[in-house]
Ligand binder design. Structure first.
Ligand code: C2E
Ligand code: MG
Ligand code: MG
Ligand code: MG
Length: 292
């Protein structure tokens, strides 16, 4: 009897699990349709150097324009496709769409560098550099220096030798790297020295907490200190207020990205925003003393 009961219990559990697996599979199939039917789009968030008040680039962030559920952020779908072929397909779509946008903007006289997020599995998929070269060749009007790749610190740490080799191949194609969410992984000085990165992005969680949490402030200070010592440019993400910007400037970080400057926006809105950027004066005035 006990055995029978055990089996029944197991069966019930199993069905629940089955249902979850089926739901994930259905969601993946729906995502594959979205990818094929053009429901995905990129939003662009400006990156600014307060020293001079220039817009130095933008980060492309994927959105799913779901016909029933509205605009979905990557947190809704990236975890579901992680580890499947769709993750690579999406990654390639994002690069291709970014190159297309760069071509459009360039033809309109706007030359802007765009950062693209690369997932760890995509970077280490084995043919990343080869596929990237193929994509770049399809957009001969776009200089490769305008495409920048953001990789998570954790991706590089997972398999340092493999990551290094892919990154070097991409660099040979003229592509620069930024290290994303810096401070959240197992950052070490050795890694920072080894990695061929041209920009260190301080994770937004530390930036957000830096004015209220002394530990967050300590991390931000250390990253800025370290980046300066290694002569690597850095950028703080998640900058929401002028107070944060002021504190970052005082520590020696002039490049920022965050809601305080602008939220990610559709490509069509970007050129207009660039012309008007209502906060330009305020934000660049913060860094005025640096010119003296
Ligand atoms: P991330 O690369 O660190 O991007 C920054 C995220 O913070 C974005 O969220 C952005 O909208 C948000 N953000 C920017 N400024 C602020 C701010 O001032 N305050 C707050 N609270 N948030 C801010 P999003 O677009 O939801 O993307 C989340 C993450 O999803 C990204 O983090 C990135 O890891 C991943 N992701 C986004 N697009 C792609 C993509 O095309 N491919 C891949 N593989 N991952 C992507
Ligand atoms: Mg990023
Ligand atoms: Mg980040
Ligand atoms: Mg992040």
């Amino acid at each position: 009897r006990a055995k029978q009961q055990g089996r029944d219990t197991y069966h019930v559990f199993d069905t629940g699990l089955d249902r979850q697996i089926q739901a994930r599979e259905a969601y993946r199939q729906r995502f594959a349709v979205a990818l094929a039917q053009g429901e995905l789009t990129l939003h662009y968030q400006p990156q600014v150097d307060m020293f001079g008040g220039d817009v130095i680039g933008a980060e492309a962030l994927v959105r799913w324009q779901h016909p029933e559920r509205g605009t979905l952020a990557p947190g809704c779908f990236l975890p579901v496709i992680e580890g499947t072929a769709l993750e690579i397909e999406l990654g390639e779509w994002v690069i291709e769409a970014t190159l297309g946008q760069l071509r459009t903007w360039r033809a309109a006289g706007l030359e802007l560098a765009v950062h693209v997020n690369i997932s760890p599995a995509h970077l280490l998929s084995g043919r990343f550099a080869e596929r990237l070269e193929w994509l770049l060749n399809r957009f001969p009007e776009v200089p490769s220096r305008l495409l920048k790749l953001e990789v998570l610190e954790s991706a590089a740490m997972h398999d340092m030798q493999a990551a290094l080799s892919v990154m070097r191949q991409c660099q040979a194609l003229g592509i620069d790297f930024a290290i994303d969410d810096f401070g959240t992984g197992y950052s070490s000085l050795t890694h920072l020295r080894q990695l061929p990165v041209d920009l260190i992005k301080i994770d937004q969680s530390f930036v957000r907490g830096m004015l209220t949490d002394p530990d967050d402030m300590a991390i931000v200070e250390s990253v800025i200190f370290m980046a300066n010592r290694f002569r690597r440019p850095m950028l703080a993400e998640g900058v929401e207020t002028l107070e944060h910007a002021r504190a970052l400037l005082a520590l020696g970080c002039t490049r920022v990205q965050g809601y305080g400057i602008a939220r990610p926006m559709p490509a069509e809105r970007f050129p207009g925003w660039l012309q008007e950027w209502p906060g330009r004066h305020e934000w660049s005035a913060l860094a005025m003393h640096l010119t003296g």
